[in-house]
Design a protein around this ligand. Structure first.
Ligand code: PNS
Length: 165
């Protein structure tokens, strides 16, 4: 791989994207030449996310528009197959707490079994986002909590419209 074409994948469901995800994506974009934010698209699980794939991709595109080396794409294959197709050298994820570690260890071992050549890299969450999760945000939005500093403005508005009581 050319030294100026080191590609990383930042994968996730992003239902919805939070400022914690954006922190990891921004830090990844400073470490690699190109970053592909890969958004899980499972149409057969329709209804299992609050936002459609198109909406989740749209929020991410809006929130990363100033990052010149970042693109956003949906995917509906195995993550390692998507990474290989895009010629990526790494999958980059954020780790918040020990509770993330167990899940990520399992995913890491599944992914490495499929393709040992694609390395997974973990960035420790910035302290100010270490408590932040998409599910927590949805719960706050449902009960009228203040989420303005935790998600992009477009996401806060959409969440209040979709979940607010
Ligand atoms: O925690 P998330 O955001 O739901 O993570 C999604 C993803 C795809 C990063 C995680 O489930 C993973 O690493 N999966 C590996 C197995 C796989 O390739 N699944 C296919 C998803 S379309």
């Amino acid at each position: 791989m050319a030294p100026d074409n080191r590609i990383a994948i930042c994968p996730g469901t992003f239902d919805p994207v939070t400022n914690g995800h954006l922190d990891v994506i921004t830090r990844t974009s400073a470490m690699y030449d190109r970053v592909i934010v890969a958004v899980v698209n499972l149409p057969w699980r329709k209804g299992s996310t609050v936002f459609s794939t198109e909406e989740r991709v749209g929020f991410l595109k809006g929130a990363t528009q100033d990052l010149r080396n970042v693109v956003v794409e949906p995917f509906s294959t195995l993550l390692v197959d998507f990474a290989r197709e895009r010629d990526a050298m790494a999958i980059v994820k954020g780790l918040r707490a020990i509770s993330d570690f167990e899940y990520e260890l399992e995913m890491n071992q599944l992914n490495r079994r499929q393709d040992p050549e694609i390395e997974s890299v973990y960035l420790m969450a910035s302290a100010k986002y270490s408590f932040l999760s998409s599910s927590g945000i949805k719960e706050l939005a449902t009960f009228g909590g203040d989420i303005d500093d935790l998600v992009p403005a477009a996401v806060a508005t959409a969440l209040q419209e979709r979940l607010g009581r």
